[in-house]
Design a protein around this ligand. Structure first.
Ligand code: ARG
Length: 622
């Protein structure tokens, strides 16, 4: 075989690898369709309660096509366990909210309900007092019946979501900018799955573009094969930077780089071979980080795969009259559409663009996977790109109305209150950030517990250090900018991953003590046990546990993992109140003692599950 053929095989080989990955995804989707067992959302105690309320509201108002009933937790000074706000309904019926609330309360009073003891009215609110014993029993039994599936549901069963996240650019280090996409995308993938979606995790690698012309030029001029093999990302980045410095003095090399890229686009075998090497080495490097974050992608189809299709799509847009050739430059342009300013679809020299490769990718995804939803987890600065992408795809009929395409934007990562800049050397590399976090965690853990065995300390500080970074990103609305404040990120007292991990560990060690004092207890039997409680703080805690499935669903519907963080922080606070007030180990009555243990166990289970949905692990001790 001559080199030309073997190199062409290389691109073919890459196409083949991708085709195989696509096959696997298809098979997995199929298998999931046939085998996955879902938890019926309406079987959760809170949903059953809502159903009772809904039934009465329907009877009283005569409205049968009604949106979901929303129950909130009233503030402490209001008697009642849940509240129903009647403003929306009153508006719809053009009725006085207080009058309507009274009608509903009366209706509830006259109805045969399993969970509701009493309804009363304050203003526009109907306050519900539930039959606490029954409700409490149902909540705890439900949690132990479902175990680590508690919180999952079938709301979106049968639907497919493709999530485009991480998407770093090869031959460059994974920076903290892509870290946000990686963390948010991963959490969304888990949360979507928990609500019933089948999820395709697609890493749309930035593996094409003019920068590869520059990189290849630099490599051919100054590259050292051995160095690149040893430390690929670092060396490639250095070469890239070197190119830019050199180009400042010798602008003519920019043309050379453009020429090289144009040759790469035409699949010049020698250049393809180099490019493929950069690609493979980069993926290997990224995978080290993904592994630490517990992430596995289903596909790594990069932009490079879509170059030819992008070209064809541009021709189709021309034919459909959705784009036009610019007389003067021969570039292809789309004129202003609605609020979107005019933009380019093909460059003068004929090479493809980020946007056109995205157009082809979108079309490919829809044809190949038939997703119901496609999420693009990419920084806010690309919002115009996605408006163009969606609008143009819809107009051409490539994005059908029944498919939702959504840009999941997010704020910037700041350092000392400012945006980071490669030029000023203020960019933090992800692996440095991770080792810093792990190192700091280690110091803090050692302070708290100097007797920790060194091997154990390694493991725990990895979990705590990585968890701190992930949680720091997710615990506020994603639209906000984030920064790294180690004191807050590793604060054992509040609003951090370690605070939640520590609550979990504390419950665990309490369980151990319990067993030492009272002997083994069979948690598998818990679902069948009768539970009791005496204090309000116990009931409040159980009620909070009952709200978890709804919190997961809301996080999915709003594409807001931070809602789960808010939930978990509130849960931990309630647990601490309960734990400060009641000594489980000193509870005399056996049934009450075991009920309290079960309640704590339920909290531990939900903390672990909630963190797992954010892709954060928990250590078993600390
Ligand atoms: N690689 C791109 C960047 O770093 C992000 C790609 C996001 N996904 C997409 N389909 N455009 O800016």
């Amino acid at each position: 075989m001559n080199t030309k053929d073997s190199n062409q095989d290389e691109f073919e080989q890459y196409r083949l690898e991708l085709a195989q990955a696509v096959d696997v995804v298809d098979k997995n989707l199929q298998a999931e369709k046939e085998n996955r067992k879902y938890i019926d959302f309406s079987s959760y105690p809170l949903e059953q309660l809502k159903k009772e309320v809904r039934r009465v509201v329907q009877e009283v108002t005569g409205i049968h096509e009604m949106a979901e009933i929303e129950l909130s937790v009233p503030p402490p000074h209001i008697p009642g366990d849940f509240a129903l706000g009647g403003f929306g309904l009153a508006k719809q019926l053009r009725e006085n909210p207080n009058v309507l609330a009274n009608k509903i309360a009366k209706g509830i009073g006259e109805d045969q309900t399993i969970f509701i003891e009493k309804a009363s009215v304050v203003g526009a609110f109907v306050n519900l007092e539930v039959r606490q014993k029954i409700f409490y029993q149902n909540i705890l039994a439900n949690i132990f019946e479902l175990g680590d599936h508690y919180g999952e549901s079938n709301v979106n069963a049968g639907l497919v979501a493709l999530i485009d996240y991480s998407a770093p650019n090869i031959a460059k280090p994974l920076g903290v900018g892509h870290l946000r996409s990686t963390i948010i995308g991963q959490a969304l993938a888990k949360i979507y799955h928990a609500t019933g979606y089948s999820v395709i995790r697609d890493n749309h690698l930035g593996d094409w573009g003019t920068q590869f012309g520059s990189l290849i030029y630099a490599y051919q001029q100054w590259g050292d094969e051995k160095k690149v093999a040893e430390n690929p990302i670092k060396e490639l980045k250095n070469l890239y930077v070197q190119f830019h410095y050199f180009a400042e003095e010798h602008p003519e090399v920019k043309d050379k780089a453009r020429e090289l890229f144009a040759r790469l686009e035409k699949k010049d075998p020698k250049l393809v071979a180099l490019w493929k090497r950069f690609r493979d080495l980069s993926i290997k490097d990224f995978e080290r980080i993904y592994h630490r974050l517990g992430i596995k992608f289903d596909t790594n189809i990069g932009e490079s795969y879509f170059v030819e299709q992008a070209d064809r799509i541009v021709d189709e847009y021309l034919a459909k009259g959705l784009a036009r050739k610019d007389e003067a430059s021969a570039a292809v342009v789309v004129d202003q559409m609605g609020g979107i300013p005019s933009f380019l679809l093909r460059k003068q020299d004929g090479s493809s663009l980020y946007l056109t490769r995205d157009l082809a990718t979108l079309r490919f995804r829809i044809k190949t996977f038939q997703p119901d939803v496609i999420l693009y987890v990419v920084g806010n600065e690309q919002s115009l790109n996605f408006q163009q992408l969606f609008e143009l795809s819809r107009r051409a009929g490539y994005l059908p109305d029944n498919v939702t395409a959504k840009h999941i934007g997010f704020g910037m990562v700041l350092r000392d209150g400012k945006k980071m800049s490669t030029r000023q050397g203020t960019v933090i590399e992800l692996e440095d950030l991770m080792s810093q976090s792990v190192q700091k965690s280690k110091e803090i853990l050692l302070q708290k517990n100097p007797d920790l065995d060194p091997g154990e300390l390694e493991k725990i500080s990895e979990i705590v250090g990585i968890g701190a970074i992930v949680y720091n990103d997710l615990h506020q609305s994603r639209m906000q900018n984030i920064s790294f404040d180690w004191e807050k990120m590793l604060d054992f007292e509040s609003k951090s991953a370690v605070y939640l991990q520590y609550s979990y560990v504390r419950i665990n060690s309490m369980l151990k003590k319990f067993v030492e004092v009272y002997g083994q207890i069979n948690f598998n039997n818990l679902a069948k046990q009768l539970f009791s409680f005496t204090n309000r703080s116990e009931f409040d805690l159980a009620r909070k546990l009952a709200l978890f499935p709804e919190a997961v669903l809301r996080a999915q519907q709003a594409n807001s993992p931070h809602l789960i963080c808010v939930y978990l922080e509130e849960l931990s606070q309630l647990f601490n109140a309960f734990y400060g007030e009641i000594s489980i180990l000193k509870t005399e009555d056996k049934q009450l003692r075991e009920s309290r243990l079960a309640l704590s166990n339920g909290v531990a289970l939900v903390i672990k599950k909630g963190l797992a949905l954010l892709s954060i692990a928990v250590p078993e001790k600390m």
